[in-house]
Design a protein around this ligand. Sequence first.
Ligand code: SF4
Length: 458
Amino acid sequence: MNEHDSERIAGLLEADGMSRAETDDDADVVVLNTCCIRENADNKLYGTLGHLKTWKDAKDGRRIVVGGCLSQKDKDVVRDRAPWVDVVMGTHNVHRTNELLQLAIVYGPVTEILDEAVIDDHALFPSALPVRRETSYNAWVTIQIGCDNTCAYCIVPAVRGKEISRPFDDIVNEVKQLAANGVTEVTLLGQNVNSYGRDINLAERKSGADVRVKTMFADLLREVGAVPGIQRVRYTSPHPKDMRSDVLEAMAETPAVCEHLHYPLQSGSDRVLALMHRGYTAQRYMEQLREARRLMPGIAITTDIIVGFPGETEEDFEQTLAIASEAKFDLVFAFIFSPREGTEAALMTEHFIEPEVVSRRFERLRQIVEPHALEMHEARVGLVEEVVVEGPSRKNEGVMTGRTRQNKLVHFATPSQLRPGTYCTVYITRAAPHFLQGRLVDILQEPTHKIRIPVASV
Ligand code: SF4
């Protein structure tokens, strides 16, 4: 979500006549779009702002903008610790970036943090704004902002506000527009995509309409998947509490929806899941996971697991290991619990787990999940996979890198370089826990999007 907001900020600045600078020396404006999900975001921000003070002092007219979750949460702290910042703005101010910058140029430093009560449609859904995409063949599409859940470890509801669904037709129209511009792959973005549309239904019911309150995510998957030109549909993130069979059926029955489900487990212990306020049990999680595999044999399932949540006992952790063994995930993003100020879990200090205990548990989890990841990857060896090219490998320009429909990274040799967005088939020859290797079989489709050609002014 944060990266997508950054694309919009860059797009707005470009629409206002700016162009991307290649070096700090060339830049007139630096925008830091912060995210406070990960640990140490504040330390990194203030360290960077310290360096930027020197940069700003070196030339008249240089400006610094700080946006995103951290400024939404800590606007006064940013202003106090770095008074040389020109604009401090929040997560709902993306659409006002240019205006705020102009205000700062004319009147001096500006701080503006909008809360949802006063935001208009553009602020709600930055997808409606100009964009500067890093890639041209795939795109993020916001379907929902905010989150109504109360996961004890998570700062998102505090910095992104309550859950609001974007109108169905707006989303489909944006996808049609993207397809017309050569985009073939879209990723639908929301904090809890399975509950997409619940607020729209509730509002209709309150207004007197006789509607059954239901979520509309399955309908959205089918509709977006039917847009001509869209060959891959992905989404992130679903919540196991709200995952229903209709979504899995829509995935299975819509050819464009990719065979990949990122399905955050967080813990295999029902006791810890309750402490986290996740709203599901390990059994319910596994039932849906088995249903996904029944409907879509070969689907890749990835997950997030938090190790060392406050109060997690040895027995709780054993249950997480047991679920991880049973589920055989394609990839696990394991995180060591770290408190986020402003969350419920940050107050559970008397139940924090000793760091050495957590490190040992983390290592034990790694030893369980990595062989599974390798096993799932080895099952692809000998298959011919559809791959979309991302670009040349960072280590070897003669090797291309791309993604399968299961979202697995593939490195493969080609006689000549292929453009990002090229669809091809690749014969898989080797598996490692985090990537596959193969060789090109055929080129299926060249990208049709326009290539961005830099124009130098003279
Ligand atoms: S569902 Fe939970 S973890 Fe996800 S954004 Fe909402 S509160 Fe955070």
